[in-house]
Design a protein around this ligand. Structure first.
Ligand SMILES: Nc1ncnc2c1ncn2[C@@H]1O[C@H](COP(=O)(O)OP(=O)(O)O)[C@@H](O)[C@H]1O
Ligand SMILES: [Mg+2]
Length: 154
């Protein structure tokens, strides 16, 4: 599935649409957000989190690497692995403890983890183009497929 976001607000709205379309339940869910610096990964995560009722400011976890947000029925873990020095550091961050039902992971720079992350249910690849940002969405599990099937974006 492809989407074109002319503005940052469009990208945030896609995040919000994903929040609304997410299959009910609290199954462990992993979303990879791929794309270069400035591609809109954090903007999309912010739109998702706000649509899930997060009222606190959503900051990029650039230095903390991880932020957690309690939402209805689960906890959303927003990670930015850009500054991960070594994939081993994932253990220090305690990521393993959050790889269970009740958690939704939104992971920026998943490639920095060099294959040590749980597999993604959805990958979103964001690419900067002249007139906006192109976003390709792909499902990699039945949960991801159900999610995209429920997605209604204008
Ligand atoms: N179509 C668009 N989608 C997303 N961001 C956009 C778009 N157009 C402009 N921007 C700007 O690009 C920047 C994206 O930043 P951010 O979401 O932090 O990216 P990333 O997390 O991928 O590094 C923001 O300043 C945002 O306002
Ligand atoms: Mg970011």
């Amino acid at each position: 599935m492809r989407h074109f976001a002319r503005t940052a607000a469009d990208t945030a709205e896609l995040g919000a649409a994903l929040a609304r379309a997410q299959p009910p339940g609290s199954a462990f869910t992993v979303v990879y957000l791929e794309g270069e610096l400035g591609a809109g990964k954090t903007t999309l995560a912010r739109g998702y989190l706000e649509a899930r009722g997060v009222t606190a400011a959503v900051r990029s976890p650039t230095y903390t690497l991880l932020e957690q947000y309690p939402v209805e029925g689960s906890t959303v873990l927003h990670a930015d692995l850009y500054r991960l020095r070594d994939p081993e550091e994932l253990e220090t961050l305690g990521m393993r403890d959050y790889a269970q039902d009740g958690y939704v992971w939104l992971v920026e720079w998943p490639e920095r983890a060099a294959g040590r992350l749980p597999a993604a249910d959805l990958t979103l690849a964001l690419i900067i183009r002249d007139a906006g940002h192109a976003i390709a969405l792909a499902a990699h599990s039945s949960l991801g497929e159900a999610w995209l099937a429920r997605l209604a974006v204008p």
